[in-house]
Design a protein around this ligand. Structure first.
Ligand code: AP5
Length: 217
């Protein structure tokens, strides 16, 4: 499986990528998770990224492209992946296309997870995340099976992301419209894009993604 999930903040990319990662033995490449871990660890990348993330702005293309290139060129890197949060701009998409060509890899398909705006805001402001493995939950729609315990790793530190306040979310949605949504046309022109209704419950969205992936491969 080599797929890319595109969608506004809160569309459910991370939720779906985590489920698919488990059932398809694929690696979730979640750039937001990588940056948050780097920020917590106080690395150079994390320190550079934090100021952008706190305001809901995108981290610069050169930093993100370098990060993805380093991952994909690591010896033994998985041949099966789910892109979650990268690319975010046309420049990142172009660089990613070049990287895949260099590595002789083909993208199976790009899936746009489309969700109505008011629901996006409700999802983000109610989101909680496992600090250890970054699995996303929701206080109302998708709580952990056992209170304050991560379904995936058993961790007990489930917290609210700094950028999930309503104020920052508004900015993140603007940034999505301006800088990321052009990717929809970009991948449509490459005949790779499939749009699905992300307003549906988690399990129904997963089924739709699995069907699309099976058709595309
Ligand atoms: P990132 O972490 O990638 O955030 P995002 O794209 O804004 O996406 P989210 O994590 O908010 O949403 P999601 O679609 O994954 O939704 P989730 O599954 O959690 O990026 C954060 C920041 O990092 C960026 O702002 C930027 O600064 C930087 N960054 C990252 N990548 C970058 C890049 N490539 N270039 C530059 N900068 C970059 O679900 C949301 C909630 O809804 C959860 O509570 C979940 O439980 C619930 N939910 C999910 N699906 C459903 C459903 N079907 N029904 C009901 N509830 C659901």
């Amino acid at each position: 499986m080599r797929i890319m999930l595109i969608g506004a903040p809160g569309a459910g990319k991370g939720t779906q990528a985590k489920i698919l990662e488990k059932s398809y033995n694929a690696v979730q490449i979640a750039t937001g998770d990588i940056l948050r871990k780097a920020t917590e660890a106080g690395t150079e990348l994390g320190l550079k990224a934090k100021s952008f993330m706190d305001l809901g702005h995108l981290v610069t293309d050169d930093l993100m492209i370098k990060l993805i290139r380093e991952k994909f060129t690591q010896p033994g890197f998985s041949q099966s992946w789910i892109m979650d949060g990268f690319p975010r701009t046309v420049a990142q998409a172009e660089a990613f296309g070049e990287l895949l060509d260099e590595l002789n890899l083909k993208l199976d398909c790009v899936i746009e997870v489309d969700v109505e705006r008011p629901l996006l805001i409700e999802r983000i402001t109610g989101r909680r995340v496992c600090r250890n493995c970054q699995a996303p939950y929701h206080i109302k729609f998708n709580p952990p099976k056992v209170e304050n315990t991560c379904d995936y790793c058993g961790g007990h530190d489930i917290y609210q992301r700094d950028d999930d306040s309503e104020e920052v979310v508004t900015n993140r949605l603007k940034v999505y419209d301006l800088q990321t949504s052009p990717l929809i046309e970009y991948y449509k022109l490459k005949n790779l894009l499939h749009k699905l209704d992300g307003n549906l419950p988690v399990e129904e969205v997963t089924t739709k993604i699995v069907n699309l992936v099976n058709e595309a491969r």
